[in-house]
Design a protein around this ligand. Structure first.
Ligand SMILES: *Cc1c(COP(=O)(O)O)cnc(C)c1O
Length: 621
């Protein structure tokens, strides 16, 4: 729907006070040209539409959805209503000022979910209804709305058929709570505002707070920055929902790899080009399995990046391995030149992280490991799509772990370990997949086969739903990659000649970026503000740029200096601050921003590029 001014919806359960509040807010913001439009209002411009909408309105808003006719019939009428209302009432009103409406079709979502519809069906069903620019959800305890709603309760409420058939307070509360839960989830996914309304708040005060929220939205659209959609990943589209729906019916819990877990792992081996893949409950769990399968423990040393997400190293510390930290190069990756100076007779392995998606110099790292006789391990959590000199990362070393938490390819939460040798694979299974799967997949001739029943004491399998999501993601990996590379290229193109910021991307003659996030380098010498101020200006415009906080130099964390697992909590750690000038120089001016990567992300990407250009111009020396 094309209109000049924002279209804002106040959404919430029955008896939440949507109409009263929407009217009050419009009255309070009259000076800003805000008009209240009744969700039940019929067309005032087209006579035939008016007549038709009058009849529809009578049925939908005054009689309710009788169970005499199927749910689909009522859902179709509701969709028809909101299409007509959007075209004939909201759109004309929004040509002259911001419009505020007391509820849209979203509350129906919970009714229909209660009737057994899937969210895919609901989305498809209402796909032609105009979407508002913003939604504010009033979160009111259903107990509070019962008093107001009870006298209007109709036995013909769609949401109260079936499951909530017994009409009364109990069914009302259950049905309203389900609606509120559905709205809260949608708010999270779509970047809507949630306004919690305490039971004892006076209506005037709620109206005042609501008006302030609406004003904020109007300020954003006035400043020429339309509400930038919030980045969320993965993109929850119809295929993902179908994959989950199907898996729910197929199996919620598997104890071996004959179902979706095996299918996901097979797809992952093909994706990376590794001989085997074993999935886990998280990337951290996959790294833990890697440590154990590699046979590393107390008395051993592993060289790890001083600059990485801490879970690259923390499972090794858990197993009693002593971590020795290496400084970073210009891309924030482990500097291979530092390796010889860090090796001791106890050093067994090197683990690298391809930071933010840029592959490490694997030629140099692999050469050093070969020369020094060390195992080579990779943390590829940022680097699902990365390669180095044409070879996919994750295939250079003995084993590699991929977090599939909210990374470029995701399983919701989860992780995958890949590797080469059968021994490593089987030990990884013993670590996290005991009993049935170990019996099926570990040959009886192995010395560790007697442990198949119990494993080694832990269980850390991926969930079947996670594996199903991962399989769906791998099915569209090509599209995710194409789209994310295009966004990255757009940044590179837009930043050409910008003295204030430049992209942090591996030399394309050497490697391909892994597409986790877009990294940017801020050049303080070219700017009149600090990097912190620069990022504040960017985010003030509603964009998603940030200075990564929890990913920093990890070498001083007390976990890495405990001498054993049973050491007391009050033992002081006498380590001085480590000196990692390379890492610090990288961190000081590093900014990250999402790479998006799905249909419909164009506005967000354009908004980010435009904001980056504008703010760079403002602060350029
Ligand atoms: C995300 C991440 C992990 C941890 O993975 P989880 O799935 O969150 O446990 C480990 N290493 C790196 C580099 C990561 O980004």
């Amino acid at each position: 729907m094309k209109h000049e001014y924002p279209f804002i919806v106040i959404e919430g359960g029955d008896g939440a006070g949507k109409t009263t509040l929407a009217r009050a807010v419009a009255a309070a913001l009259k000076d800003r040209g805000v008009t209240y439009v009744d969700r039940r209002q019929v067309s005032t411009t087209a006579p035939y539409a008016t007549r038709l909408m009058e009849h529809l309105s009578q049925m939908l808003w005054h009689c309710g959805d009788s169970p005499d006719l199927p749910d689909t019939f009522w859902a179709h009428l509701q969709a028809a209503w909101f299409i007509a209302h959007g075209e004939h009432v909201v759109s004309p009103a929004a040509q002259s000022g911001p419009v505020i409406v007391d509820g849209w079709y979203y509350k129906l979502t919970s009714k229909l979910l209660g009737q057994g519809w899937s969210s895919t069906e609901i989305d498809q069903h209402f796909s032609r209804v105009p979407e508002p620019d913003h939604v504010i959800v009033l979160r009111v305890d259903p107990e509070q709305s019962w008093d107001r709603a009870s006298n209007r309760l109709r036995p013909s409420e769609l949401g109260m058929h079936g499951e909530f058939a017994e009409l009364g307070k109990v069914s009302f509360l259950a049905y309203q709570q389900a609606g509120l839960d559905a709205l809260t989830i949608m708010a999270g996914q779509r970047g809507w505002t949630i306004l919690d309304v305490p039971g004892d708040e006076r209506s005037e005060d709620t109206a005042r707070r609501l008006a302030a929220e609406v004003e904020k939205l109007l300020d954003q659209s006035d400043s020429g920055h339309p509400q930038v959609p919030a980045y969320s990943w993965p993109h929850v589209d119809a295929s993902l929902r179908t994959a989950v729906d199907r898996q729910v019916r197929r199996s919620l819990s598997d104890r071996d790899a004959r179902g979706v877990t095996g299918e996901f792992e097979t797809a992952f081996t093909q994706f990376v080009g590794a001989p085997w893949a074993v999935s886990f409950s998280s990337g951290t769990a996959a790294l833990h399995a890697m440590c154990v399968a590699a046979g590393l423990g107390p008395g051993d040393e592993v060289i790890a990046p001083a600059y990485t997400f801490f879970a690259t190293a923390s499972p090794f510390a858990y197993e009693g391995v002593n971590l020795v930290f290496a400084d970073a190069d210009a891309l924030g990756n482990l500097d291979p030149a530092s390796l010889p100076g860090l090796v001791t007779p106890r050093t067994k392995a090197v683990i690298v992280t391809h930071m933010w998606g840029n592959p490490c110099d694997m030629t140099a790292v692999a050469a050093q490991c070969a020369k020094l006789g060390l195992m080579l391990l990779e943390d590829c959590s940022h680097a699902h799509f990365a390669s180095w000199r044409g070879q996919r990362v994750g295939t250079f070393g003995d084993m590699a772990a991929f977090s599939t938490n909210q990374k470029a390819v995701t399983t919701g939460t989860g992780g995958v370990l890949v590797g080469r040798t059968d021994r490593h694979r089987e030990l990884a299974l013993l670590h996290g997949h005991y009993n049935k799967r170990c019996f099926q997949e570990i040959p009886g001739s192995r010395p560790y086969a007697p442990y198949a029943l119990t494993g080694m004491g832990l269980s850390s399998r991926i969930s079947t739903i996670g594996a199903a999501i991962g399989l769906d993601q791998l099915g569209k990996a090509d599209r995710i990659e194409t789209r994310r590379r295009a966004v990255m290229d757009a940044y590179t193109h837009a930043l050409a000649g910008n003295p204030v910021v430049s992209p942090v991307i591996v030399d394309p003659d050497l490697g391909r970026h892994g597409l986790y996030v877009m990294g940017l380098r801020f050049h303080p010498e070219a700017a009149t503000v600090t990097v912190g101020d620069f990022v504040d200006r960017l985010t003030a415009a509603g964009t998603d740029f940030d200075l990564p906080g929890s990913t920093t130099v990890i070498a001083d964390e007390p976990l890495f200096h405990r001498t054993s697992r049973d050491e007391g909590w009050d033992t002081p750690h006498t380590t001085g601050p480590g000196v990692f000038p390379g890492a610090q120089a990288f961190i000081d001016n590093f900014i990250k921003t999402p790479l998006w990567g799905y249909p419909g992300d164009e506005t967000a990407v354009e908004e980010h590029l435009a904001t980056l250009r504008d703010v760079s111009l403002q602060v350029s020396r």
